[in-house]
Design a protein around this ligand. Structure first.
Ligand SMILES: Nc1nc2c(ncn2[C@@H]2O[C@H](COP(=O)(O)OP(=O)(O)OP(=O)(O)O)[C@@H](O)[C@H]2O)c(=O)[nH]1
Ligand SMILES: [Mg+2]
Length: 498
């Protein structure tokens, strides 16, 4: 049975890595940010941990080397440096292997000089004394990557000074790079994307994202730069003359809103797809769902698309202030069941009361650190993918790597999504596709279709509130039936009957 993006994942870790090698459309690795507390770990490869050798390690390494090899004219002292010298520019990163190779080459070179084989000016002509070639890795680094590598976690309460809009994009082109990690807001129209962005940066001055009473307020990919502390003499080139960007926010247009013209929608979709699939700086997608509504096929399709793109994602339930205390548990379990989320999710937030904002900031900053760490690793390993395992959905691959895990060509045809296939949506991004239902859900497709179809769009808030009570009762009953069916299915599977 193939794993699904919707299968429950273990909880208790800050970041869950789901290997989608067999489950995703392209068989790429995907990951999911969990809203539960982070476990402390000493593993330096874990996101958030810097791989730099600590100061203590550096001095003990150094002094050990000194003791072993006292400085005499014949025995050179070679002090093993840390992975990255503190004073060196951030782009001069040297992987451990390369570093060891350089140390060995230097030992051999000095030995050859001592024995009179080479002269000190001979350089590294001899194969044995050739140092690791890291020029390729350095050459590949763009200015934006170099800037990303020096990104530092900040305190969202006092570090940001201003929010400034960089631009609005609809023409199938990427916004200019800010050289800092970026966060994208995704979700249906009117779910509260722009409001959440404004709340997250409410302490900063400057621009605000446009909040609409009617859906469709945001119709372009709007990139905002959060600027750091103002400093004399600095120049970000982004309006505020004395502050540098510390984070980027992309407010994406809401999906599920049909009243835009076909051309506008197509333009938006193209830009959104390009942004999510290709943006090197993108660290995290925040998928917003309304606390009071049952997730629908569009929500699931966007979630599946993010999984397939390999984008780390956190799901937040918005407008939690509109829930009565006794409605909270049911509302959260409805979203959890509707999207197949693990326990502890979604994260409840409110742009009005500020609930969940602090937790969300923690998750955002963790994701940014992870992104920077991935980039650093990819450069150290000489890869030019920037650590992004991301693909655009309509991009054909030259190699067959994606399909290694599929058994036959038939399977490939079935799994591979072609743009313009029958999975085109009238509403929402047409590049998303609703594959990825778990096996349980596939078997019970009819039941679920019926279950989710009741989620009609309610524009009038008063009517919405009135219907809320009724809908809760209905959902309650149906999710009970659904759980029973799921249990029965699991039992049948255990007994080997299916
Ligand atoms: N009570 C309450 N209302 C909210 C909250 N967040 C957003 N709203 C309201 O929901 C409506 C839509 O908010 P927006 O932030 O414009 O939603 P959006 O997702 O950006 O919408 P599009 O740009 O159309 O995709 C506005 O009337 C907001 O005032 C919240 O946390 N609580
Ligand atoms: Mg908006």
């Amino acid at each position: 049975m193939r794993p699904s993006p919707y299968s429950p994942t273990p909880t208790g870790r800050a970041i869950i890595l789901l290997n989608m090698a067999k489950g995703g459309v392209h068989g790429k690795k995907t990951r999911m940010m969990n809203s539960t507390k982070k476990k402390k770990t000493n593993n330096p490869n874990v996101p958030g941990k810097h791989r730099k050798t600590s100061k203590r390690d550096q001095t003990s390494e150094g002094s050990r080397a000194d003791k072993k090899q006292p400085s005499t004219s014949t025995k050179p002292t070679i002090v093993i440096l840390a992975d990255t010298k503190k004073s060196s520019p951030p782009w001069q990163v040297l992987g451990k292997q390369d570093m060891m190779k350089n140390v060995e080459a230097e030992i051999i070179r000095r030995e050859r000089i001592r024995m009179g084989i080479d002269s000190p000016s001979a350089g590294n002509a001899n194969k044995e004394t050739q140092k690791a070639d890291v020029s390729g890795a350095n050459r590949l680094m763009t200015k934006a990557d170099r800037s990303m590598l020096s990104w530092k976690r900040f305190n969202p309460l006092n570090a940001p000074s201003d929010l400034t809009m960089v631009g609005a994009y609809v023409e199938n082109r990427l916004p200019p790079s800010l050289g800092v990690p970026e966060i994208a807001f995704l979700g249906r129209s009117n779910v509260g994307k722009s409001s959440l962005l404004n709340r997250l940066v409410s302490k900063a001055g400057g621009d605000t994202a446009r909040v609409g009473k009617t859906p469709g307020a945001t119709a372009s990919v709007n990139l905002y730069a959060l600027l750091g502390p103002k400093r004399k003499g600095g120049n970000s080139g982004l309006g505020a003359p004395d502050a540098k960007p510390i984070l980027g926010f992309a407010d994406l247009p809401g999906f599920g809103y049909a009243k835009l013209s076909k051309e506008t929608k197509e333009g938006i979709e193209e830009t959104a797809e390009l942004y999510l699939g290709k943006r090197r700086e993108l660290a995290l997608g925040i998928l917003l769902v309304d606390s009071r509504r049952v997730p629908n096929a569009d929500d699931r399709a966007v979630l599946a698309a993010c999984f397939d793109l390999g984008l780390p994602i956190i799901i937040v339930a918005t407008k939690s202030d509109k829930l009565k205390a006794n409605e909270v548990e049911l509302a959260m379990s409805t979203i959890r069941d509707g999207l197949g989320l693990p326990d502890g999710q979604p994260l409840r937030i409110s742009a009005v009361t500020g609930e969940g904002i602090r937790d969300l900031w923690g998750i955002i900053l963790d994701a940014c650190e992870m992104r920077v760490e991935e980039l650093k690793l990819s450069i150290e390993e000489g890869r030019d993918d920037g650590g992004v395992m991301r693909v655009t959905l309509n991009e054909e691959s030259e190699s067959d790597d994606y399909y290694d895990d599929f058994e036959s060509d038939e399977d490939i045809d079935e799994e591979y999504f072609e743009d313009g296939d029958d999975l085109v949506y009238d509403q929402g991004y047409d590049w998303v596709q609703s594959r990825g239902l778990s096996d349980v859900e596939e078997v019970m497709g009819d039941v679920l279709d019926d279950f989710y179809d009741r989620d009609e769009y309610v524009e009038d808030v008063a009517v919405e509130d009135e219907k809320w009570g009724e809908k809760r009762q209905q959902v309650d009953k149906e999710s009970f039936n659904l759980k029973n069916l799921k249990r029965r299915f699991a039992e049948m599977e255990r007994r080997g009957e299916i």
